[in-house]
Design a protein around this ligand. Structure first.
Ligand code: ADA
Length: 567
């Protein structure tokens, strides 16, 4: 099940399974923690959000996971974690090797060699809120903050030099020409003498053109005359294998370009209307540690509704899900973790650094997924404030520095007075007409939907620097309690949500001025555990078109019919 890239010459130990586990309490002093004194008296799966499990449901505190891996003595290692929750410290043989607080991000840590043939790994995981320790995740967010080891863990055995990654990008569509940038780890001494690269694509040798070596970076180009393009309708994927410095990487990629032209999003120069959902990685029994079976089901549920688009709300996505999107031809908007940050965040250098770091890491981890067409950050931040400008400018610059081949944006909920929309390639607006109604007396405020969208679009058309950018509705929706039916078709019924999304989808599909929509949301998800839940029956965000177990509400068929009517 390992997501790409693969490393064919390495010994890689997949560490998923049942690990030893300990609950260390609600008030552990993390500075004073001694890993050798932990009494491991329980077992817990990896991956797992430990607080999705009945014994620890709703608890906030510290836990420890432990396993032992049999390795080749004398070999260094890389521990690869596909995604962790909140705050974590990793120990190998009792030594702390890393601390990390980039929730949901894939992270890798180098482990020095040892003569032992067994290495003990302990991951101490803490899900307490702390602005200092976990600047990126806070209690006020409208989705539950879980802790633990969300995604698979691997131990790679490596030599003195190794391949970190290869970035593949399409530079000439007609010639099927791709640029490859390889990054190496380890000693760079004598690099130029020993950096022969040999490449194959789909099993056939290909000549690397214009090879250049600079420190631990190797660049070259490939021309793949016979290769087919990746499009949403024909998502052709190719396998690139590169061997150098005694290591081998196999990465999967697609040949395609993304652009914004004539207020449309284009793949390979062809406009594509984006039709889909915002989706949280969420399940009541697993939290965000979703089994592959669920990911495949989610892809099928998207395809069943003729969706070609998913917004990964509101954090870096599971690489297996992105692999599945690559295969299915589903276009992805991936964003770093953010939820309604304000002037306090913008003025906090530690927050801004953490945000930029995770945003860059997201691109590095996901760069080769052809499905990803948009990078984003800071969902619904106070982008109307002048104080936001430095951070928004910085994040846009960071994204463009990491990758020049995709569109950059953020989802704003301040469409009429946003201070940063000139920075982005596409305008993404979150708006809830017909739900968070202006008219508090209205019983079924459905007639707000079209005029509100019209007003926002008119504003964009009439604003300098914004008029030519594609306009996407990056959130819109209404709550419905699964199974709740009522002849009044009132708020919270399945009927109201179905009526609401019917109007939304019709408007999006019939209006050429709207380049796409990500309906809020794919399925219900657990949210606030404190008073915020007073506005969220069951303490779930109930705007899913599926409930949390993926049972369809009435709106499912409505959306399916509308999205499926594209010719
Ligand atoms: C916002 C936010 C979502 C969700 C939504 C809602 O737009 O971006 O995460 O909270 O509102 O349901 O109100």
């Amino acid at each position: 099940m390992k997501p790409f890239p693969h490393f064919g010459k390495r010994v890689i130990h997949e560490l998923d399974g049942i690990w030893d586990f300990a609950w260390l309490g609600e008030s552990t002093d993390l500075e004073a923690l001694d890993p050798t004194s932990i009494g491991f008296d329980r077992r817990m799966p990896v991956p797992s959000a430990f607080d999705a499990y009945p014994e620890f449901a709703g608890k906030r505190g510290t836990v420890a996971y432990r396993t032992v891996v049999a390795v080749t003595p004398g070999k260094a290692g890389i521990i690869e974690c596909g995604g962790l929750g909140m705050w974590n410290r990793i120990y190998v043989d009792g030594e702390s090797i890393a601390e990390t607080s980039a929730p949901y991000s894939g992270v890798k840590f180098h482990v020095p060699p040892a003569e032992a043939s067994f290495r003990e790994i302990i991951i101490v995981s803490d899900n307490r809120f702390s602005r200092k320790r976990v600047p990126l995740q806070e209690q006020y967010f409208d989705f539950y903050a879980y802790g633990g080891i969300f995604r698979s863990v691997y131990w790679h055995e490596i030599g003195d030099r190794w391949i970190k990654r290869v970035n593949v990008s399409t530079i000439d569509l007609d010639r099927r020409e791709i640029a490859c940038q390889m990054l190496l780890g380890g000693s760079t001494a004598d690099m130029a003498d020993s950096t022969a690269v040999s490449c194959s694509v789909d099993g056939a040798a290909v000549e690397a053109l214009g090879v250049s070596v600079d420190g631990n970076e190797i660049r070259f180009r490939l021309i793949l005359d016979a290769a087919s393009l990746w499009t949403p309708g024909a998502p052709n994927l190719h396998l690139l294998s590169v061997t150098t410095v005694g290591d081998e990487i196999t990465e999967r990629f697609g040949i395609r370009t993304v652009s914004a032209e004539n207020r449309q999003v284009c793949v390979n120069g062809v406009p594509v209307k984006l039709l889909g959902y915002c989706r949280h990685e969420a399940h009541p029994q697993f939290g965000p540690a979703l089994p592959i079976q669920q990911l495949v089901q989610d892809i099928q549920l998207l395809q069943d509704q003729s969706c070609n688009f998913v917004r990964g709300a509101h954090y870096p996505q599971d690489p297996r899900f992105l692999d599945l999107c690559d295969e299915a031809g589903i276009l992805v908007f991936e964003e770093s973790l953010g939820w309604q940050q304000n002037e306090g965040h913008f003025a906090d250098p530690a927050y801004c650094d953490a945000c930029e770091e995770q945003t860059r890491l997201m691109v590095r981890n996901s760069l080769n997924h052809p499905s990803i067409i948009v990078w984003g950050f800071l969902n619904e931040g106070r982008s109307d404030l002048v104080e936001s400008r430095p951070l928004y400018t910085r994040l846009v610059a960071a994204l463009r520095e990491e990758d020049t081949t995709r569109l950059v944006t953020f989802a704003t909920c301040h469409p009429m007075d946003d201070a940063n929309l000139d920075l982005v390639d596409i305008i993404c607006v979150n708006n809830y007409p017909g739900w968070y109604s202006r008219d508090r007396e209205a019983t079924r405020p459905l007639d707000e939907i079209v005029p509100t969208l019209d007003r926002i679009r008119k504003h964009m058309r009439e604003t300098q620097n914004l008029a030519d950018k594609p306009f996407i509705v990056s959130e819109i929706g209404a709550g419905a309690i699964y199974g709740w039916h009522d002849p009044h078709r009132a708020l919270w019924t399945e009927e109201y949500q179905a009526d609401h999304l019917d109007i939304v989808c019709r408007e999006v599909m019939e209006n050429d001025d709207i380049a796409g929509v990500a309906l809020w949301q794919f399925c219900d998800g657990r949210t606030y555990s404190s008073s915020g839940a007073l506005f969220r029956p069951r303490a779930f965000n109930n705007k899913g078109v599926l409930n949390e177990y993926r049972k369809p509400k009435a709106a499912f068929e409505v959306v399916k019919r509308r999205f499926g009517s594209v010719v």
